[in-house]
Design a protein around this ligand. Structure first.
Ligand SMILES: CC(=O)N[C@H]1[C@@H](OP(=O)(O)OP(=O)(O)OC[C@H]2O[C@@H](n3ccc(=O)[nH]c3=O)[C@H](O)[C@@H]2O)O[C@H](CO)[C@@H](O)[C@@H]1O[C@H](C)C(=O)N[C@@H](C)C(=O)N[C@H](CCC(=O)O)C(=O)O
Ligand SMILES: Nc1ncnc2c1ncn2[C@@H]1O[C@H](COP(=O)(O)OP(=O)(O)OP(=O)(O)O)[C@@H](O)[C@H]1O
Length: 484
């Protein structure tokens, strides 16, 4: 591709500060990481959280980079250079152009919120696929393109990867989980959404965002990327959702509210635990939606997905039958029943998600609720105290154990668990750092009618080795013989 085409694109968005380039030259590819550079590539230097991409410019040139884009004011880096206002944004703009705007001929659906993105995205994909659409998906478990699963490194990949994958996709619909990290890092820059969903906002990622207000502003950015005729579906039972819907209404965006509150376009008027059923009122008509997904949180996810499909113009009867045969998402309130004890494997790692999981077990008639969980190393520490408060109140026994340690040592995490138990726990709690042994103890504590909730890892494989042979929570639950 001619460099000129990319530079024009940046100029049309007023991103260029300075340029020293021969625009007739051709470039053979794009890279924002030196490990991906080949001869004739354009390298975008990004000032990151850990590294400054500008310090890799020499290495990039040695590897064959023919042009550099960056934010620094560089006089003579050795090859033609374009100085831009924001390199991450520039990456989004030129990736989209380089791959010939691969999102433009597709229906693009973005889902944001603290909890429920994965569940809702799988359900929306399932509904649309049942109705005959070919549906790509970008999310925390997989990226799915042309029906092929690729493991995902990030919930939302960066703009270069998104555009490359979309350029290979023959799918007509794309469902995408969009995180606040992605929005603030312009990973979805250059995309235009037909539909954007907001599930909820609660305490998470305050190691990355300075405040809930800032976290909200990040999530809100998705709605700035709606097409001019794009639509929003928002859970307005959530106070941040209410705020977002009010802002969008002011802006004239077609906004559909879901929730129990009066005035909701899709109003939840009744919900039933078993069999899972939610009744939703639109104007004067009430629709009963049956699913296989337990818990009040899933009533919201189901209503959200139903509303999304409805807003996209799909017929209610078709949507309903497809929701009914959706089996749920692995590791999201996944129930394995053994000897009358329900073991639940769930990805909850926020206070709100833990609250919903424990409440769901209670609602399901648990005699006793036994909760096994931990805290991820290198992640928001400020939510831990709230998580402790919720389990101390709602469970009958809880076992603190290891989750992924990341860069934190075993000793430091054990000290942290002891500190949290001493400061914010109660007599219901104990510490068993080895996760497999913690699950075994929970099983030994359980009697018929009890529920054992194992939260935090969901379907993910263990990051570290534990004493008992198991690769995941599911593996562990299935591998132990239970003796009531
Ligand atoms: C804090 C954060 O989000 N960082 C993300 C960010 O990194 P960064 O751009 O700041 O990268 P950096 O390592 O400082 O490097 C700066 C630049 O130098 C380049 N470089 C670096 C080294 C080198 O040898 N050569 C080279 O060219 C890098 O490619 C980069 O362009 O952009 C990178 C590319 O998109 C991401 O891989 C990286 O994710 C880190 C690894 C991460 O863990 N992110 C998590 C927190 C995240 O994004 N999570 C959300 C989900 C959150 C949720 O649960 O809701 C997600 O969307 O997955
Ligand atoms: N609508 C909801 N409201 C509150 N909690 C929810 C909701 N949906 C799911 N959860 C809880 O959050 C956990 C994660 O769900 P899910 O993977 O669908 O969300 P996510 O937004 O993709 O999460 P993450 O960003 O951490 O990957 C579930 O296992 C469940 O405990």
């Amino acid at each position: 591709m001619k460099l000129q085409e990319l530079v024009y694109e940046l100029e049309s968005k007023s991103e260029v500060i300075n340029k020293n380039v021969d625009e007739t030259m051709q470039i053979s590819g794009l890279a924002d990481n030196t490990s991906q550079i080949e001869e004739g590539y354009l390298f975008i230097a990004i000032k990151g959280f850990l590294k400054d991409g500008h310090t890799y410019i020499d290495e990039a040139i040695q590897k064959g980079a023919a042009v550099i884009i960056g934010e620094a004011d560089l006089q003579n880096p050795g090859v033609p250079y374009v100085q831009v206002k924001n390199a991450r944004k520039a990456l989004g703009i030129i990736s989209s152009k380089y791959y010939d705007y691969p999102s433009r001929n597709k229906t693009l659906i973005g889902i944001t919120g603290t909890n429920g993105k994965t569940t809702t995205s799988y359900l929306v994909k399932h509904i649309l696929a049942s109705l005959g659409h070919s549906c790509a998906l970008f999310g925390s478990i997989h990226n799915i393109i042309n029906g092929v699963d690729y493991p995902s490194q990030h919930t939302t990949p960066n703009s270069l990867e998104i555009n490359r994958m979309l350029s290979e996709s023959n799918d007509d619909v794309v469902v995408m989980e969009v995180t606040s990290h992605a929005l603030t890092q312009y990973r979805v820059e250059g995309l235009a959404y037909d539909l954007a969903l907001f599930t909820n906002l609660s305490h998470d990622h305050l190691d990355y965002h300075d405040s809930m207000e800032e976290y909200f502003e990040a999530k809100k950015m998705l709605f700035d990327l709606l097409k001019s005729d794009g639509k929003a579906v928002i859970n307005t039972d959530d106070s941040w959702g209410q705020k977002l819907a009010d802002i969008l209404k002011e802006d004239g965006t077609s906004t559909y509210r879901i929730g129990e509150m009066s005035g909701s376009d899709f109003r939840i008027v009744e919900s039933n635990f078993n069999p899972p059923r939610v009744k939703v009122q639109e104007k004067n008509e009430v629709t009963s939606i049956d699913s296989n997904m337990y818990g009040i949180h899933n009533m919201y996810n189901v209503t959200m997905a139903y509303a999304a499909a409805k807003v996209l113009g799909r017929k209610p009867a078709e949507i309903l039958s497809s929701i009914q045969n959706f089996e749920g998402v692995k590791g999201r309130f996944q129930i394995i029943t053994r000897h009358d004890v329900n073991f639940v494997i769930d990805y909850a790692h926020t206070p709100d998600a833990i609250f919903h999981c424990l409440s769901t077990a209670r609602q399901g008639g648990a005699e006793k609720v036994i909760h096994v969980f931990g805290f991820r190393g290198d992640r928001d520490r400020t939510k831990r105290r709230e998580m402790m408060a919720i389990t101390s109140e709602l469970s009958d026994h809880y076992i603190l154990t290891f989750d992924d340690l990341n860069s934190v040592s075993k000793e430091d995490m054990e000290k942290e668990l002891q500190h949290l138990q001493n400061e914010h726990g109660n007599e219901k709690g104990r510490i068993v750092t080895d996760r497999t042994k913690a699950i075994k103890q929970a099983m030994e504590l359980a009697e018929a009618g009890d529920w054992v909730l194992i939260t935090g890892k969901g379907n993910e494989a263990y990051q570290q080795r534990y004493d008992l042979p198991a690769e995941s929570d599911e593996d562990m639950v299935k591998s132990l013989s239970y003796q009531p």
